[in-house]
Design a protein around this ligand. Structure first.
Ligand code: NDP
Length: 473
């Protein structure tokens, strides 16, 4: 079994202790990573701080070229990294609608190159006989990146590349469930970047909090649960660290009356079940008009029964296991609660016996807001389908949630846009759900987060503004 090192100041570091990483399809360890102590966090932050002056002063074109070289390294190691992603997350190599490890690598590569080519040119606000006023963007310093287990490599890229592009240095702490592909990426990156520019600590327990609370960290970018996001925000207060928090979602989809059920059902199923529902912007509550409710429920249940669930290393597999046992327990508890409060389980509803953390793809009818499965983020392969009588009611029910990441409306585009604009969320999709792209900002409102990622708006979050006023008279 291979053991992966951490990287601090450009050097591979052993912590003196390691922990096992489990393949969720088998319930067995397949790799080991370093079990960091707080002193490794201190060393990594110190290395990032030491590297900051030279990296932030590196000419823009040079930084861009190095980031493109990282993209090329990802491309050159795609099969190896795909396999590591599949073994640690359980997601299939290809997967339902091709949303699998192949997409994770493709996304990581695309985001790296597109972000490398973004720029934040200075703005000129005034230039007249009296004065010239310019707005410049400066890097913040040391960025701490804390990444989750659902898209571990792609989200690491989402955090790291814009941070480096704008001249910051980084300490990256992956989820203890899925640190392997990220460790390998950081190893490849350290053969390209100057020492200390990108550091990695792996560990569990107090490591995330030690990093997020570190006095010499200037910004935290975190993707994960709302609960942990709130704790990070508390810890950041002492030194007023900048924050980007991409937290939970409970995205609603509204199917407008008159929609084509047969055509829409597979697309809605894919939006809800890709990566086993373990994506922040999966479709998590589906509101369907009374006139088509029964037909849509039946079509979705058929798809849930037919979808191929198995080990992600098998190219035929469309859905893998839930990534970890604790998350599968959450999904099981929500299914049990749904049954107990009158929900009709039309497909699935149970964990699969045998090795691994499998859960049957599940469709639940007959619930509405107020049931746990509707109100709480399930983050797993179970979808509540909710009946509505009129569109105003559907909008009210969709907005009746503390989350506000994404939402979608399905039907005639002009009408759907008008309905979508009323949804309280950071992104609204029309006849689509969950697709993100590297040049369009993405982030949550309400308790789904703070700030945005991607594109120029996302890049700006890794900078501070410096206004320069030059008097002429
Ligand atoms: P969390 O989202 O709670 O995050 C765990 C990570 O945060 C670990 O790396 C941990 O490090 C770190 N951490 C914990 N406490 C702190 C702190 N005070 N300061 C800084 N870092 C800290 O992960 P879970 O696995 O518990 O996920 C639970 C739920 O999160 C899921 O059910 C799902 O709803 C949601 N989720 C959302 C995702 C998204 O994409 N938005 C992705 C994954 C999960 P350490 O172990 O060292 O403390």
């Amino acid at each position: 079994m291979k053991t992966y090192p951490m990287f601090i100041g450009g050097r591979a570091v052993d912590a003196g202790a390691t922990f096992a990483v489990v393949n969720p399809a088998l319930g067995e360890p397949f790799a080991r990573v370093q079990d960091a102590q707080v002193q490794h966090v201190d060393a990594a932050v110190a290395a990032a701080r030491a590297a900051f002056p030279a990296w932030s002063a590196t000419p823009d074109a040079e930084r861009q070229a190095l980031l493109h070289a990282l993209g090329a390294a990802l491309e050159a190691h795609t099969p190896e990294l795909m396999e590591l992603v599949t073994r640690e997350t359980g997601k299939p190599l290809a997967g339902l609608d091709n949303v699998g490890a192949g997409m994770e690598l493709g996304g990581a590569i695309a985001w790296t190159h597109v972000t490398a080519d973004l720029a934040l040119a200075p703005e000129v606000l005034q230039d007249d006989a009296t004065a010239r006023v310019e707005v410049h963007r400066k890097p913040l310093g040391v960025v701490a990146s804390i990444t989750p287990w659902n898209w571990p490599l792609m989200i690491a890229i989402w955090h790291v590349i814009p941070a480096l592009r704008t001249g910051n240095t980084v300490v990256l702490k992956p989820s203890e469930y899925t640190p392997v592909a990220t460790s390998r990426f950081v190893e490849l990156a350290n053969a390209i970047l100057p020492p200390g520019v990108l550091n990695l600590v792996t560990g569990a327990g107090a490591i995330g909090a030690a990093l997020a609370g570190h006095a010499d960290v200037d910004k935290i970018v975190f993707t994960g649960s709302t609960r942990t996001g709130k704790r990070i925000m508390e810890g950041a207060a002492a030194t007023l660290k900048r924050l980007t928090l991409e937290l939970g979602g409970n995205d609603a989809g509204i199917v407008l009356p008159g929609a084509d059920v047969a055509a829409l059902a597979p697309r809605l199923f894919g939006a809800a079940f890709h990566n086993n529902g373990q994506t922040c912007a999966c479709l998590k509550r589906l509101y369907v008009h009374d006139s088509q409710y029964d037909a849509m429920c039946a079509a979705l249940a058929r798809l849930a029964i037919d979808v191929r669930v198995g080990d992600g290393m098998d190219p035929q597999t469309q859905l893998g296991p839930v990534q970890n046992r604790a998350q599968r327990d959450i999904v099981q508890a929500l299914a049990d609660d749904a049954r107990a409060c009158g929900g009709q389980v039309l497909a699935g509803g149970r964990a699969r016996p045998g090795p691994g953390y499998f859960f049957e793809p599940t469709i639940v009818a007959g619930l509405s807001n107020g049931a746990r499965l509707v109100d709480e983020e399930q983050f797993g392969p179970i979808l509540p389908v909710i009946r509505y009588a009129d569109v105003d009611d559907a909008v009210r029910l969709a907005n009746d949630n503390p989350n506000g990441l994404g939402g979608s409306v399905w039907g005639d585009p002009a009408l759907a846009v008008a309905v979508g604009r009323r949804l309280e969320c950071g992104t609204v999709w029309i006849n689509e759900h969950g697709a993100v792209q590297p040049d369009a900002p993405f982030g949550g409102i309400k308790q789904s987060g703070i700030g945005v990622e991607f594109g120029r708006h996302g890049l700006a979050e890794f900078t501070s503004i410096q206004t320069v006023k030059i008097m002429k008279a």
